[in-house]
Design a protein around this ligand. Structure first.
Ligand SMILES: [Zn+2]
Length: 259
């Protein structure tokens, strides 16, 4: 009977609030660790650059991460693992995140962008998915109450493995994409980076669409890139953030440190 009261409360909430999350921070960490292990075990699909072979590139990546985590705007900066990785695939313009702080950036994306501000924007966007816990919010909605029962009474401890499987194919909702864009502005606002850096990636894609640049899958499901650009600029203005570009001095060195 003990479990019933929270369930009724949850049943009421799940219907009307897209932020309900029955998973704990520990679950986020565990799911992320599971997913990362899966990624490590499939190097053909996810050829990660080894940290020890590319210390300069990783030094640069960690530098961007440290600034964002030190912004004071990341709610779970101290709760999650926060590890960033580079995937060696020059033809993929993409990045993705796993719960608990695992972030992945393709060399294709790093080579494509011309400004560190814009990369910091993509980084902050992915970090926002993690910090807002979008994956487990979405899983809460997808798995529904029968799973919640198992989780709450602790009877199905194998459930996290199943859930981790479904994370691989998880696509964030349009609302979560907008929220990650908004929080990317909040994260960048206190840093040296232009707060609207996230818009730079979309602007470059929009400029070059039709010039042989293939739009990554995670964008083609959200054909409203112009709306995202407009909103990012509007948030930066509304929050009073500086959009002055940073000096970009180290960006070329980051790209040159890649294979
Ligand atoms: Zn996203």
């Amino acid at each position: 009977m003990r479990a019933l009261l929270p369930l009724i409360t949850l049943a009421t909430l799940v219907g009307c609030d897209s932020h309900v999350n029955v998973f704990s921070l520990d679950d986020d960490r565990q799911l992320g660790a599971d997913l990362h292990a899966q990624i490590l075990s499939t190097p053909n699909e996810y050829p990660l650059l080894a940290r020890e072979d590319y210390p300069e590139a990783y030094g640069h990546l960690d530098g961007v991460m440290d600034q964002i985590l030190a912004s004071g705007a990341v709610r779970h900066a101290d709760d999650f693992e926060w590890q960033a990785y580079i995937i060696h695939d020059d033809s993929t313009l993409n990045a993705f995140a796993a719960p608990g702080g695992y972030l992945y950036f393709y060399t294709g994306l790093i080579n494509y962008l011309e400004r560190e501000d814009h990369f910091a924007g993509v980084f902050a966007h992915e970090a926002a998915h993690v910090d807002r816990r979008h994956a487990t919010v979405q899983l809460t909605n997808a798995y529904g109450l029968s799973t919640l029962v198992d989780l709450l009474v602790g009877e199905n401890t194998g459930i996290l493995g199943d859930v981790a499987e479904s994370l691989v194919s998880l696509q964030f909702s349009r609302a979560h994409e907008f929220e990650a864009d908004e929080y990317s502005v909040r994260f960048l606002c206190p840093t040296e980076y232009a707060a609207d850096g996230t818009a730079g990636f979309f602007e470059k894609l929009l400029e070059e669409s039709g010039e042989g640049v293939s739009v990554p899958a995670f964008l083609s499901t959200h054909p409203d890139s112009q709306e995202r650009v407009d909103r990012v600029h509007a948030w930066a203005e509304e929050l009073g953030c500086t959009v002055e570009p940073s000096d970009n001095a180290d960006w070329a060195a980051f790209q040159a440190a890649l294979p």
